[in-house]
Design a binder for this molecule. Structure first.
Ligand SMILES: Nc1ncnc2c1ncn2[C@@H]1O[C@H](COP(=O)(O)OP(=O)(O)OP(=O)(O)O)[C@@H](O)[C@H]1O
Length: 222
């Protein structure tokens, strides 16, 4: 079986004359979950946006299985505070499905699956803008889930969530990982979410420090 890999080579990012970071090589594999950490301003969000193809690096390239990333296809970037269209939960999902191929019957089935996967079936007709923080994250993940990306880049998905919201997010991330997706997530909170990560990367003084084992880098406190 060929394992999908998101890789980046000789990646550099500068803002003006100032070098944010320089990364010789990184690799995220399908089926693994990696925790990206680093101090405020170390460039974590910038890295995720570049890996998702939303922002160009100053130099270097991002590849999936040795081919350039196709925007909006194989990789999704989820913002900490996802945008909610001013419509029902169901309509937010239908907007994604409208851009996809398939029969109306297929789309109805996938909509129902997305509602069930995200635990939002009971809120299907509720306005998305009235959802709690945890429910908004779940809806954002359900919208992305409909696009079936191989790689998920999650930017502080639990930053403003209470225990119930965190538990919901952890369940979804765990399911994604078990289904074979590759996940790279930023969080400053050690806990259930970081516990399920296989590896840890740290942006520190402009370099990406990687370990095979998430317990090896505990000496670098962020
Ligand atoms: N478009 C831009 N122009 C100039 N500087 C920028 C731009 N975007 C980001 N920066 C700067 O780059 C640095 C890294 O920003 P980034 O948001 O990637 O950091 P971060 O590690 O995600 O931070 P945090 O943990 O606080 O969210 C910051 O100092 C930020 O001000």
């Amino acid at each position: 079986m060929i394992l999908s890999r998101l890789t980046a080579e000789n990646l550099t990012n500068r803002f003006g004359k100032s070098l944010l970071w320089k990364i010789d090589y990184l690799e995220l594999q399908a089926g693994e979950c990696v925790h990206l950490r680093g101090e405020n301003g170390s460039g974590k969000t910038t890295l995720l946006k570049i890996l998702a193809g939303l922002q160009r690096p100053s130099a270097g390239r991002v590849l999936i299985n040795a081919a350039p990333v196709e925007l909006g296809k194989q990789v999704c970037y989820l913002h900490q505070q996802p945008y909610m269209f001013d419509r029902s939960v169901r309509a937010n999902l239908q907007l994604v499905l409208a851009a996809q191929s398939g029969t109306q019957g297929d789309k109805r089935q996938r909509l129902q699956q997305a509602l069930e996967w995200s635990g939002l079936a009971a809120q299907a007709d509720q306005s998305a803008r009235t959802l709690s923080g945890g429910e908004r994250q779940a809806l954002a993940m359900a919208r992305a889930w409909l696009c079936r990306p191989m790689f998920w880049l999650l930017d502080e998905p639990i930053a403003s969530l209470d225990e119930k919201g965190v538990a919901r997010c952890v369940t979804l991330v765990n399911q994604l990982r078990q289904s074979g997706a590759g996940i790279l997530l930023i969080t400053h909170q050690q806990g259930l979410l970081t516990e399920l990560c296989d590896r840890q990367w740290t942006l520190h003084q402009g370099q990406l420090l990687t370990t095979a084992d998430r317990h090896q880098e505990d000496s670098i406190v962020c």
